[in-house]
Every structure is written in structure tokens, then in C-alpha cells.
Design a protein around this ligand. Structure first.
Ligand code: GDP
Ligand code: MG
Length: 461
């Protein structure tokens, strides 16, 4: 019998939270490295993601004198390039993230997008997969903004707190108590990480400053320690299964329409036949050329095959019909195609179940399947109670306006397109003006929601 060696894949980490809480800054701070850029120790920038190797995390957390070995193979952090829908990436009804950092600004407490993130993290999977929900750590960011805060760069945050003046300590305690209560109101238990004994059901709060880097080692350590403690099965690399999700569909200069796919498990080959909402053959598999090799021509390295876990850019025909947030399946046998097509339909099932049975409601258009689902959940929520009649993904085209216009003689106020983080084509805009279909746009869901609510309340009067 062949001894099968188990290898682990890195946990996929998403950074979520309200705008301006410091998500980007925190990511920059996480990426900052003390380790020399050797093959093993170097942080590698991927498309829309950054790989932080274990060696780097060990170095970063060595002052914490953590006894536990860090066995997890690094961390793959998804970047959020001002493109908040990345936070909502879900695949087959479950979150793409294994671990999540929920950033809260200590001076502001919970904000609309924090609450939205909590809803997303709580969202149940329809297929029952164990260990499905991501492990969440709250970064209580901008502690340095507390009046009178003193920065002790290399002192662990728990000790740094004790070194603050009594005024600062009091203010900190007051803020934390309020925020824990706010979380409780959302049905979530939270506790400061050094007091938290029940880390699976209670989110740990790590005070951080993305500016000084304080709290970042603690954040990293918690994530990797708990991932290795609770997720070994989920993180065991599978070569027999290709598991990938489309992160983005976009036009790349010189390459036409491409898809960026996060390959979680398995191997992809040039020439592989893939299905999602599209059915095509991989023409090329690309990864960005490392900065150190930029003198060589071309921005990308072409691969014959590529192994998980990483983000890959794929070129192929028909990609303009791909949908961000959907799974990618590889067809290897004759039976595969029908089976996978069925699975693709199931991906949509969840959303279909959330739209009004009589088709009476607003028309929602979003950039990814995940952000679409999250937005519909928000509209359907008890407080809002706004029905959704139909939906689309990608830019708003004329056909979407036509679909939205069917509401004109049913419920006039619902002949509205809510366009979340997508472009509206000039032709669609023109047709909408002519038919008197309203289009509201925003790239942040709660703002789009507010826009519609203001309008909705004004017509109700
Ligand atoms: P994002 O919208 O969540 O990505 O937030 P950014 O990372 O862009 O940060 C928003 C603003 O807050 C920027 O001006 C940052 O410099 C600032 N900021 C972020 N983190 C901290 C922090 O820990 N302390 C302080 N004082 N400012 C911060
Ligand atoms: Mg940002």
C-alpha cells in the first residue's frame, strides 16, 4: 500500500468591514516583511491575492513566544482593491474564505457594512458541509487614535494596553464594552482575544493599529493557530478534485476577456475543458511575473499546468459570459459535462429561492453572484421588506432594462434597477430614460439600499 503523504493548503483569508476602517492599511501591514526575500521566505504577490509563507508568520510572531508550532502552510490573503464585492465571494453557496478578519474602527464601532459582513459570515450553506463557516477574528483597528495612546512598537498588544495611562485604559474598556454589546445585538458573541476561551462560537477581538503594526502578530497567530486546530480536514490538499471559483471577469490588455480564478484544490492544465455558466477550453494559464524578473519581456508567466492553491488568470473563448463568484469545473469524462451543468444550475438555486414567486419586485444587478446574494438578503430583510422580481450579473444592458420595465404596469415603483458595483451601458441608459425605468447605482450595497429607500418612502406618501 502506498503511503499517502498529506499536505495542507494555505487557508484563504478575507478582510471584511466598513469603508475606511483600515482594511487596505491592515493588509499592507500584514504584508510588511522582516524576512529576506528568499525563495521560501518571500511573500509572493498574486493576482488579487498575496501569499504569506509560514516562515514569515513565524518571524512576525516570535515576540509572542507562542509555544504552539505553526504548521499551517502560510496564509493566502485576498486583496480588496477598492472593490468591496471581493468580500462577498461565495462558491456553491458557501464562503470562499476559510478565515476572515472583520475590521472595526474602535472610534466608530459597528457600521452598516460591518453588520452586512456579519450577516454574510452567519449565512448558512444550503448543502450541509461541516466546518463550513469561516473562522472570524475581529481587528479592532485604530487603537492609536484613542486620546493619549502611547505606541510601544515591539511590545505585545495585551502588555501595551497595561502600559497606557489610566485614562486611556478606561476609554479603551468603555469602547470595547460598547462594541461587544453592539455585536451581541447582532447575535454574535465577541471577547478580547486574551480572555476568550471559546474561540469557535465567540469571535476574538484583537486591538490593532495598522499604522504602528501593533496587534498584527497576535491577529496572524490567532488565525493560523486556530486554522490548524480546527480545519485540518478542510485544509488537506486534494489533488483528485479541481476546486476553483471565478473571482473576476475582466478585459486584460492584450489578452481580451480573461477570468481570474482562485484554485483552491487540484491541478489545472492548458487545454482543460471547463464548465461554469460558460463551457470552454483553457487557452492559457497565467500568473504575474515576480517583481524581481520584470526585466524579462511580458507581464505574465505562461504555464502548462498549475497546482492549487493560488490565483490564476485564464484566457479562453466565451469568457465574457463567465460569472464572478461561480465555481469552475473540469470535464474529464463524458459523464462530467451533464453532471457539472447540473451543479452550475444548483449554484443559482439559492438566489432563485430568494426572488418573488410572482416576479413582483425591483430588478437587481450586481458584479458577482456573492454580492448579488448578499444584497438580495439585505433587501428581503425584515426591516426593509423590499421584494426582488428578477436579477442579472455584470453590466446593465438593454435587456435588463426591458426586464425591469415589465413592472411599469404592475407596481410602477418597482420598475427600478438597483445596479450594485456594475456599469450601465449608454444604450441601456438611453432606453431606461425612454421607458421611464429608474436606475440607481452605487458600488456599496448599503448606500444603494439607502438611495432606494429614500425614493420608496417618498412614493408611498
Ligand atoms: P479601507 O477603506 O477599510 O480600506 O481603509 P483604509 O485602509 O483606506 O484606511 C482609511 C484611512 O484610515 C486612511 O487614511 C488610513 O491611513 C487610516 N487608518 C487605517 N488604519 C489606521 C490605524 O490603525 N490608525 C490610524 N490612526 N489611522 C488608520
Ligand atoms: Mg480599501
Amino acid at each position: 500500500i502506498e503511503e499517502s503523504e498529506t499536505t495542507l493548503r494555505p487557508p484563504i483569508c478575507c478582510v471584511m468591514g466598513h469603508v475606511d476602517t483600515g482594511k487596505t492599511k491592515l493588509l499592507d501591514s500584514i504584508k510588511r516583511t522582516n524576512v529576506q526575500k528568499t525563495e521560501a521566505g518571500g511573500i509572493t504577490q498574486q493576482i488579487s491575492a498575496t501569499y504569506i509563507p509560514t516562515e514569515n508568520i513565524r518571524e512576525r510572531t516570535k515576540d509572542l513566544k507562542a509555544d504552539a508550532k505553526i504548521d499551517v502552510t502560510g496564509l493566502l490573503v485576498i486583496d480588496t482593491p477598492g472593490h468591496e464585492s471581493f468580500n462577498n465571494l461565495r462558491s456553491r453557496g458557501s464562503s470562499l474564505c476559510d478565515v476572515a478578519i472583520l475590521v472595526v474602527d474602535i472610534t466608530n464601532g459597528l457600521q452598516p457594512q460591518t453588520i452586512e459582513s456579519i450577516e454574510l459570515l452567519k449565512m448558512k450553506n444550503t448543502d450541509v458541509i461541516e466546518n463550513d463557516k469561516p473562522l472570524v477574528v475581529v481587528a479592532l483597528n485604530k487603537v492609536d487614535r484613542l486620546y493619549g495612546w502611547k505606541t510601544f512598537p515591539d511590545v505585545p498588544i495585551a502588555n501595551a494596553l497595561k502600559l497606557q495611562s489610566s485614562d486611556v485604559q478606561l476609554e479603551f474598556k468603555d469602547k470595547v464594552t460598547k462594541i461587544i454589546t453592539q455585536f451581541k445585538e447582532q447575535g454574535v458573541n465577541t471577547e478580547l482575544f486574551y480572555k476568550n476561551k471559546d474561540r469557535l462560537d465567540t469571535y476574538s477581538i484583537v486591538p490593532t493599529s495598522a499604522i504602528s503594526g501593533q496587534g498584527i502578530p497576535e491577529l496572524l497567530l490567532l488565525l493560523v493557530q486556530w486554522a490548524q486546530k480546527t480545519m485540518i480536514e478542510k485544509l488537506t490538499y486534494r489533488s483528485d478534485l479541481v476546486e476553483g471559483t471565478v473571482m473576476e471577469v475582466k478585459v486584460t490588455e492584450g489578452l481580451g476577456t480573461t477570468i481570474d480564478v482562485i484554485l483552491v484544490n487540484g491541478v489545472l492544465h492548458k487545454g482543460d475543458e471547463i464548465v461554469g455558466p460558460i463551457h470552454t477550453t483553457i487557452r492559457s494559464l497565467l500568473t504575474p511575473r515576480p517583481v524581481t524578473e520584470l526585466h524579462i519581456k511580458g507581464d505574465y508567466i505562461y504555464h502548462k499546468e498549475i497546482k492549487a492553491t493560488q490565483v490564476i488568470k485564464i484566457t479562453a473563448q466565451n469568457l465574457e459570459h463567465a460569472v464572478a463568484g461561480t465555481a469552475v469545473y473540469v470535464v474529464r469524462t463524458n459523464d462530467d459535462l451533464a453532471r457539472y451543468k447540473k451543479l452550475v444550475m444548483e449554484d443559482m438555486r439559492n438566489i432563485m429561492s430568494r426572488i418573488d414567486k410572482n416576479g413582483k419586485g425591483v430588478y437587481v444587478q450586481a458584479s458577482t453572484l456573492g454580492s448579488l446574494e448578499a444584497f438580495i438578503v439585505l433587501l428581503n430583510s425584515k426591516d426593509a421588506n423590499i421584494p426582488v422580481g428578477d436579477f442579472g450579473i455584470g453590466p446593465v444592458h438593454k435587456k435588463d432594462v426591458l426586464k425591469a420595465s415589465v413592472m411599469l404596469n404592475k407596481r410602477e415603483e418597482f420598475s427600478t434597477i438597483l445596479a450594485l458595483d456594475v456599469k450601465v451601458t449608454p444604450e441601456a441608459r438611453e432606453l431606461a430614460d425612454k421607458l421611464e425605468v429608474r436606475i440607481f447605482t452605487d458600488d456599496v450595497s448599503f448606500r444603494l439600499f439607502e438611495q432606494f429607500k429614500v425614493y420608496f418612502n417618498s412614493v408611498k406618501e
